[in-house]
Design a protein around this ligand. Structure first.
Ligand SMILES: C[S@@+](CC[C@H](N)C(=O)[O-])C[C@H]1O[C@@H](n2cnc3c(N)ncnc32)[C@H](O)[C@@H]1O
Length: 268
């Protein structure tokens, strides 16, 4: 979002916060403002939610994101919400929608919750809250998808941003919502070895630069974008290895000169 629009939207969200202070469901950090239904659907489509996903909505309000993920996509989900009345309302809505078993809600501060079971995280919070959450989001399992309504994660650039028209949007001057998607990148920064071959990787969020010194004085240098556990080989130009993060090892999924497929690099 351009800085000026971001500032205006933040001011509008802040004025909504001021208005919301008279509301008993208002809490200190983020006010209760719902994501419209068509934007909820767009968020879930952006994350490509499937039946085998477990979605956690941070600050789940009236539960609509978790309930829609369960009803439309068959996913299981958990809504974390600090206002007890909103949790009770969410549970009622989940029962009415026939998805109470898959769509669950908990009264909990989102900063204190265990987010590790999530394969998808959704949020409609505020810029500073997003930034405070960022280290915990980056520590989630590689490949976890994160979708944020309107606010980004600072200099961790999204993998994709889409814009959805919202003619009756209650906050901001622009009658639209921006939805940002990130895939948590595998933590690959550092030095890795396989026999006499060494691989040095510099990582900034999902961007990486790799330098590989393989046996027989073969050298490769390339850069790219991490997609969850995968470090795909660049398309075109000299053949470079494609790598897959396996926790303890970086495995060569597609080989290149001096580094056959199946080579496993470990930290050294
Ligand atoms: C902007 S609303 C979004 C509601 C819902 N996710 C949606 O998109 O429709 C933010 C929600 O976060 C909740 N919230 C604020 N701070 C929280 C915290 N520390 N822990 C859990 N929930 C919180 C608020 O009560 C509110 O319901």
């Amino acid at each position: 979002m351009p800085r000026r629009s971001l500032a205006l939207a933040a001011v509008a969200f802040a004025s909504a916060t001021a208005l919301a202070q008279s509301d008993p469901t208002w809490v200190e950090e983020v006010p209760f403002i719902t994501t419209p239904d068509h934007v909820t659907l767009a968020m879930l489509e952006l994350a490509q939610v499937r039946a085998d996903d477990h979605l956690i909505d941070l600050g789940s309000g009236d539960g609509r994101i978790v309930i829609t993920a369960a009803k439309r996509f068959g996913a299981s989900g958990l809504g974390l919400e600090i206002v007890p009345d909103l949790v009770a309302k969410s549970e009622r809505h989940a029962r009415q929608a026939g998805v109470a078993e898959r769509a669950q809600f908990r009264v909990q501060d989102l900063f204190e919750a265990d987010l590790s079971p999530a394969t998808v995280v959704t949020m409609y919070l505020l810029p500073d809250v997003n930034l405070k959450l960022r280290p915990r989001l980056l520590a989630l399992a590689p490949g976890t998808r994160i979708v944020s309504h309107d606010w980004d994660l600072g200099d961790w650039a999204p993998d994709r941003t889409v814009t959805v028209e919202v003619p009756d949007k209650a906050v901001g001057r622009e009658k639209l919502s921006r939805l940002h998607l990130w895939q948590v990148p595998a933590p690959v920064h550092g030095q890795w070895c396989a026999g006499a071959s060494t691989l040095q990787i510099a990582q900034t969020f999902q961007r990486f630069e790799a330098r590989l010194e393989a046996t027989g004085s073969v050298r490769h240098a390339w850069s790219g974008r991490i997609r969850g556990k995968a470090l795909p080989a660049p398309v075109g130009g000299a053949v470079r290895p494609a790598l897959t993060w396996e926790g303890e090892a970086l495995a060569v999924a597609a080989g290149a000169a001096g580094v056959p497929a199946g080579t496993r690099f470990v930290r050294c």
